[in-house]
Design a protein around this ligand. Structure first.
Ligand code: PRP
Ligand code: GUN
Ligand code: MG
Length: 186
């Protein structure tokens, strides 16, 4: 296993998606998103903190002129299960009424975060509201969500890296992987 991030190798069980696979997938998604928003005024909304890496890399892969805003919500705390209670930690700076809004997420797990976000942002009357996520766990869905652009469907296992944390660690891994049981105290 090649692990770029120093000192984190012993905590990993498996690399699921490599940096190269992520880069290729984002280029593919960006081409489709560019086609959708040609001639439109696009606002991409990143969901902090998990989506920082996807936002940074997807934004650079897009050629559509765009603006960026951020929303911070949290439903997981330090655990590996969604509490189902979504809290706004930081709201948008932008009024999205009449704007073409693309929500950018790192992962859809139970779907509770995104479902809540779609209702919340949808009530602000954007011209359109669509979603792009790097990862999705089809077997974990508690609510059905229409997602226009999905990078990878993955098994129902807790993953870290490329923005995704466990207790705030591992976000800076350049790939997506799973953690060894000892990290969870197993
Ligand atoms: O589909 P769900 O079960 O709702 O899970 C997905 C959400 O959980 C994670 O965020 P988290 O709330 O852990 O905060 P973070 O982005 O700051 O890590 C992830 O970044 C998604 O936003
Ligand atoms: N780090 C991490 N955060 C999540 N939030 C929802 N699902 C996950 C996951 O698999 N990993
Ligand atoms: Mg998140």
């Amino acid at each position: 296993m090649r692990v770029d991030a120093k000192d984190m190798g012993a905590d990993l069980k498996q690399v699921l998606i490599t940096k190269e696979e992520i880069d290729a997938k984002l280029a593919e998604l960006a081409a489709k998103i560019d086609a959708e928003y040609t001639g439109k005024d696009l606002l991409i909304v990143g969901v902090l903190k998990g989506a920082v890496m996807v936002m940074a890399d997807l934004a650079r892969a897009l050629s559509t002129p765009l603006t960026m805003d951020w929303m911070a919500v949290s439903s997981y705390g330090a655990g590996t299960q969604s509490s189902g209670v979504v809290r706004i930690l930081k709201d948008l700076d932008t009024d999205i009424k009449g704007r073409h809004v693309l929500i950018v997420e790192d992962i859809i797990d139970s779907g509770l975060t995104l479902s809540w976000l779609i209702t919340n942002l949808g009530s602000r009357e954007p011209a359109s509201l669509k979603v792009c996520t790097l990862l999705r766990k089809p077997d974990a869905a508690k609510v059905a969500i229409d997602v226009e652009w999905v990078g990878f469907d993955i098994p129902n296992e807790f993953v870290v890296g490329y923005g995704l944390d466990y207790a705030e660690k591992y976000r800076n891994l350049p790939f997506v992987g799973t953690l060894a049981p000892h990290v969870y105290g197993g």
